[in-house]
Design a protein around this ligand. Structure first.
Ligand code: FAD
Length: 389
């Protein structure tokens, strides 16, 4: 089988399948370690993925940060804290995390080819039978595979070739990320500053290094100038975040991507499946993305392993259902959080309430941190507790 893309989704899928004894070829157009536009904090539950893959010790040995809380600021300055009560959220530079996961896939037996770009799919009717890939010399070669996994991110070639790639109308945000040294200490927590035109997230990523991500609503502002100019201008519009960076120095450039939201009309078919951002991405406000990609990949790995064992055409019909059951409710919670971000008056209303209502805040923290079933934040009792008068 072929996995296209060696980000968290591709590496975890490849690791699980290789560990189950399947022949796995992973192709990535990049050479690792590589950077990825990302604010780089993630759910406390990432630890479970690291344990499943046996890379926790490797993770601990690399520079990283643990975040005890995320403080959310409404435009007026009213705020509340999402405390990661029983386990901290994690942060690590993507060039380290992604290389760690990719190396683990390799150790478990996956063949990894870097610097190889997938340009298209080999089709046999409606069934995917392989990929067309090109290495550094640009020569295209066909590679046959019983299963092709598209883990190739937001602009997935696999999803495009299959005609299932969609660009949702909402939210339409441009994401910009930069790193700073020497910022004012955030004392092990992160901050999200929401304004009408977007939001700015700031969090330590390891000692002495802070990651700053800005999401700009493309329906409310028109980006112009270079990424650096745009970032500098946008940062000035979030004084609450900027005050932490007054004496700080930007390291490296500004990276960006937009619009960030993507979806797929189908996530699997005969001989193919999508995972990670290729299967859909909404918005990174809740630190969503890395863990979701890994969780989807663990699920896909398990289902694909039994489908491959059955012989014949690899049918993946169980995967979309299992994915919905596993990720669907959390997606709904994330969409509701997004409503508050897109319409900050809702956030102004909720912030003082959540600040005072410890039990509602605790439920929200556990759900956002993937420590509790997302349905707990969707029941009327919770909505009343959080938003009632
Ligand atoms: C501005 C911004 C901030 C974010 N902040 C956070 C955050 O704080 N926390 C969080 O959890 N998530 C965050 N995310 C989301 C997170 O980055 C993604 O959800 C995550 O990277 C998805 O992993 P993936 O493996 O699906 O894709 P990726 O990490 O994008 O990996 C895809 C891989 O596929 C390769 N590839 C692409 N096309 C091809 C091709 N044709 N052939 C071969 N290889 C190919 C790429 O080189 C890449 O290595 C953020 C996203 C953005 C845009």
């Amino acid at each position: 089988m072929v996995v296209v893309g060696g980000g968290p989704a591709g590496s975890v899928t490849a690791a699980v399948l290789a560990a189950s004894g399947h022949d796995v070829l992973l192709l990535d157009r990049a050479r690792f370690p590589r950077d990825k536009t990302c604010t780089e904090f993630t759910s406390p539950e990432l630890v479970r993925v690291l344990d499943t893959l046996g890379v926790r010790a490797g993770y601990e040995a690399n520079p990283h940060a643990r975040l005890s809380a995320m403080e959310i600021f409404a435009p007026s300055g009213a705020s509340f804290r999402i405390e990661y009560e029983d386990a901290p959220a994690l942060a690590m530079r993507r060039r380290l995390l992604d290389a760690l996961l990719l190396d683990r896939a390799r150790e478990l037996g996956a063949e990894v080819r870097e610097g190889v770009r997938v340009r298209g799919l080999l089709m046999g009717g409606r069934r995917v039978e392989g990929v067309v890939a090109a290495g550094a010399d640009g020569t295209e070669r066909p590679i046959l595979a019983r299963l092709v996994v598209g883990a190739d991110g937001l602009h997935s070639v696999v999803a495009r070739e299959l005609g299932v790639h969609r660009a949702p109308l909402w939210p339409r945000r441009l994401g910009l990320v930069a790193h700073f040294e020497g910022s004012e200490e955030l004392e092990g927590h992160g901050e999200m500053h929401v304004r009408g035109h977007g939001y700015c997230g700031i969090a330590p990523v390891h000692e002495g290094m802070t990651s700053v991500g800005i999401a700009l609503d493309l329906t409310r502002c028109r980006p112009r100038g270079s990424r650096e100019e745009l970032f500098a201008r946008a940062l000035r519009s979030f004084p609450g975040a900027r005050r932490h960076l007054e004496r700080a120095r930007m390291v490296g450039g500004v990276s960006g991507v937009g619009p960030m939201a993507r979806s797929a009309s189908r996530v699997a078919g005969d001989g193919w499946a999508l995972v990670g951002d290729a299967a859909g991405f909404f918005d990174p406000f809740t630190g969503e993305g890395i863990y979701r990609a890994c969780r989807g990949a663990l699920l896909l790995g398990e289902i694909a392993s039994s489908a491959l064992r059955r012989g014949g055409v690899v049918q993946m019909e169980r995967y979309p259902r299992a994915r919905r059951a596993e990720l669907g409710h959390k997606s709904l919670v994330v969409a509701l959080v997004q409503l508050c971000v897109s319409y900050p008056r809702l956030l102004e209303y909720l912030a003082p309430r959540l600040r005072e209502r410890g039990s509602a805040r605790s439920t929200l923290s556990r759900v956002v941190g993937d420590r509790a079933d997302a349905r707990r934040a969707l029941v009327p009792g919770f909505v009343l507790e959080a938003a009632g008068p």
